[in-house]
Design a protein. Structure first.
Length: 202
């Protein structure tokens, strides 16, 4: 049996899905204001002073801390059609090629697993992404509501963490051929696991 790992942003899909998701949930005006107010963080990331993880964590806190997890998941479901519209035809064709062969296909992304999971379900893919942490807030004496804490529940699924998460879930020695598709330095560790590695394939 074979297995194939696909990065999402830039590889399977056009553009940056996180900023698109923020705009979808919070609106473009709040997105732009948030980016302006956090410009020092984005500049630090652009010049290499701030890591991908810290930059994304800052964005997450600003836009989503204290949001109802139920409402967040509902937004993720609605966002699925937008994600689907960003998919590259060539990537979908390659995905179908793997599925026709009976290969296991897995999306491995630094983006949030919560909004990628509905799309993966539609595409017939397994999903590995960055997961979000929750807080429990007491609503009344009988019930409480889970809300986003603004932190990550897992390490950011970027760079070396992609390989770590893959190896934690799959015994790669049990697969005859391993395919990997990526488009950035954040995919290098994942590509190194493959017997067939494709950089910027689509």
């Amino acid at each position: 049996m074979n297995i194939a790992f696909f990065d999402f942003d830039g590889t399977m899909a056009k553009g940056d899905s996180l900023l698109a998701f923020v705009a979808f949930v919070r609106g473009k005006k709040r997105l732009y204001w948030g980016l302006i107010s956090r410009c020092f963080i984005l500049i630090g990331y652009a010049i290499g002073l701030i890591s991908n993880t810290k930059a994304k964590q800052a964005v997450m806190r600003y836009f989503f801390a204290d949001m109802s997890y139920k409402e967040f998941l509902q937004a993720c479901e609605r966002f699925c059609s937008e994600l689907e519209s960003r998919l590259k035809p060539a990537a979908l064709a390659r995905l179908q090629w793997h599925k026709d062969r009976g290969d296991i296909v897995v999306m491995v992304s630094a983006s949030f697993e919560e909004y990628l999971a509905p799309l993966c379900a539609r595409l017939g893919m397994e999903c590995i992404g960055t997961r979000l942490a929750l807080d429990s807030r007491v609503c009344d004496e009988q019930a409480c509501e889970s809300v986003l804490s603004g932190e990550f529940a897992t390490p950011n699924c970027y760079g070396e963490q992609k390989a770590v998460r893959i190896k934690a879930r799959y015994d790669l020695s049990s697969y005859e051929e391993i395919y990997a598709y990526g488009d950035s330095k954040g995919d290098v560790a994942m590509l190194a696991l493959a017997t067939h590695a494709f950089y910027k394939p689509f």
